[in-house]
Design a protein around this ligand. Structure first.
Ligand SMILES: [Zn+2]
Length: 414
């Protein structure tokens, strides 16, 4: 009885005070595999529900990173020997990176800005402020509720009737904090900048922003586990496996390839298409627009610019144009700081992955231009991109978006 009380007390304590998971002495390994056998070993490991965290998907095109708890070091060393891969210890203590991600500013009182990462409440409060300040051109859309009851929110900037729509979807993966930071920076530029090119973008297009798709996961990544990726709906039978990968949950070749059937895996596709209220609501919200010409999904990290398809290596009918627009975007991104992106269709550039938003929008919503950005960096900090890189990342991405729209106009998509 005493034991039970103690457990209850501990749970109560954890829930009430949101004790954060720590990653003391977790190692980050950078891994390069160059054959299918090596790749298979890591894919098996990822499926096995071990406590090793895959920071990105194993693939043979570029290095990927894994996070290894101290008690798993012996196991992973065995696997390294067996699979003959190239490995390197990138960080000895992951917790240190987490501790250094945000500026140590004791004066922070919850004010919004781009010098640090913010939680959902602060972001929504800033949106409300903007909605009030720019009420003639900026409108609010509450398009649903999350599993945990949070508002799913979008804003639409429209300066004149009949504009084509550009849709920006951000933070469908909870731990990718730089995505919402960049989305809000860009929205602020569209509202306030004097730059002629930005004014043109703001005047000639309607811009829909969903700053945080995965609101529950995002809140959890702030309160409990900085590395949380999925939604927060517990599996119906295996209760300790929580969440699905919302970017594998869309109803186009759902669960075909590059998505897991293991409810504990990071890329679990969910029991059925749109099983997650957050993805269903987003899909229904997208369906309310009949004039989306360009759909963009913000992710981090890896410095990639990807377009459909992910479920198959088959090229889309306008593959050449998607690539050409992508190349122009890549060149524009590199101009300011030299940041190098790689461009290509998901399946060939990086890995097969089905059920993503950009595939679904492309294939079922008749939108010919859909892209995924994977922002900075290439694994040095990964998801823990220091906050002083929010503005540089935003500036180079905006350079890229300007070029993307310009080239899409030249090819008469817009
Ligand atoms: Zn992502």
């Amino acid at each position: 009885m005493k034991y039970i009380n103690l457990v209850h007390f501990a749970c109560f304590f954890l829930i009430c005070y949101g004790e954060k998971d720590r990653f003391d002495n977790y190692r980050v390994y950078n891994i390069e595999v160059n054959d299918d056998a090596g790749l298979g070993e890591f894919q098996k490991l990822e499926e096995s529900s071990s406590r090793i965290v895959f920071l990105n998907e194993p693939n043979i095109h570029q290095p990927f990173q894994i996070l290894v708890p101290p008690d798993q070091l012996a196991n992973i060393t065995e696997l390294f020997k067996r699979s003959a891969v190239k490995t390197e210890v990138q960080h000895e203590n992951f917790q240190k990176l987490i501790d250094e991600e945000q500026p140590h500013d004791t004066a922070y009182g919850g004010h919004f800005g781009w010098d640090r990462y913010h939680d959902l409440d602060v972001i929504y409060a800033w949106l409300d402020e903007m909605l009030q300040k720019y009420s003639s051109v900026l409108k609010n859309h509450n398009y649903g509720k999350s599993v945990e009851g949070r508002a799913l929110r979008a804003v639409k900037l429209s300066k004149k009737e009949g504009n084509p729509t550009i849709f920006i979807e951000s933070t469908i993966h909870a731990r990718e904090w730089v995505t919402v930071a960049t989305a809000t920076y860009f929205l602020n530029e569209l509202l306030t900048s004097d730059d002629g090119e930005i004014r043109k973008l703001a005047n000639n297009y309607d811009w829909v922003f969903v700053p945080v798709v995965n609101v529950d996961g995002f809140a959890y990544s702030h309160s409990n586990n900085r590395m949380w990726r999925k939604t927060r709906k517990p599996h119906s039978i295996i209760k300790f496996c929580v969440g699905s990968d919302p970017n594998r949950n869309f109803d186009f070749h759902h669960g075909d390839v590059g998505a897991s059937t293991n409810p504990c895996a990071e890329t679990y596709a969910g029991p059925s298409p749109f099983s997650e209220p957050e993805t269903l609501a987003l899909s229904e919200f997208i369906e309310t627009f009949d004039n989306i010409k360009l759909y963009i999904s913000f992710h981090s990290y890896s410095q990639l610019l990807l377009f459909p398809y992910g479920h198959s290596k088959e090229h889309t009918p306008n593959h050449k144009d998607l690539n050409q627009i992508g190349q122009k975007t890549k060149q524009a991104i590199a101009k300011r700081y030299g940041t190098q992106y790689k461009v290509g269709n998901i399946a060939e550039a990086i890995y097969l992955a089905s059920g993503s938003t950009i595939d679904w929008v492309y294939a079922t919503r008749n939108v010919s231009l859909t892209y995924t950005f994977e922002f900075r960096d290439k694994g040095r900090y990964g998801f823990l991109l220091p906050a002083d890189q929010i503005i540089p990342n935003s500036l180079e991405v905006i350079d890229g978006l300007k070029a993307m729209v310009e080239e899409a106009e030249a090819l008469q998509y817009l």
